[in-house]
Design a protein around this ligand. Structure first.
Ligand code: HEC
Length: 140
């Protein structure tokens, strides 16, 4: 009864469905609808955050605090740290925001990210995303 009650409650919350969901074929309000809502919500969250337009020049200054681990060039200087140069800007924003709000956790990054404002995150993402990469894929 509890589980059924939860589902009914969920149906009510989704009625009327989010505008974007109407463009997709209706398959009943089941878990796929829930997943879809989550995806739509996170895409909206990302695009909203991206509106706090990042300034790459300011981001370069702020990146001085990242260089020990990620380098000013965005190439990892620590075995546990990833390259962040040239990553998509929305992904960089999401990663830093996830560390900041605890959705993603890592001793080092959680510590760093909790001090960053949304503007810092936007600027840092603009800077690291603007670094151009050249890659050579192994022949085989
Ligand atoms: C003390 C080392 C350290 C510092 C300083 C640091 N980071 Fe990190 N960062 C890490 C580590 C380690 C990870 C990988 C975390 C994990 O495994 O989830 C990471 C992950 C990230 C990621 C996610 C990348 C991905 O591919 O998912 C981003 C983005 C990032 N850092 C940005 C920054 C920025 C911007 C700064 C400066 C404000 C910064 N970091 C400072 C160690 C550091």
């Amino acid at each position: 009864m509890d589980a059924e009650g939860g589902r009914v409650g969920f149906r009510k919350r989704l009625n009327p469905p989010p505008r974007c969901a109407r463009t997709l074929p209706h398959r009943g309000r089941d878990w796929s609808t829930l997943a879809l809502s989550a995806i739509v919500a996170s895409v909206l969250a990302i695009s909203t955050t991206a509106h706090a337009a990042g300034n790459a020049k300011n981001g370069r200054q702020k990146a001085l605090q990242c260089q020990t681990c990620h380098g000013l060039d965005g190439l990892s200087k620590l075995p546990e740290a990833p390259h962040i140069a040239g990553q998509p800007e929305p992904y960089l924003i999401k990663s830093m925001t996830d560390f900041k709000n605890g959705t993603r956790q890592n001793d080092m990054m959680t510590f760093v990210a909790k001090e960053l404002s949304d503007q810092d995150i936007a600027d840092l993402a603009a800077y690291y995303a603007s670094i151009e990469l050249s890659v050579t894929v192994p022949k085989r």
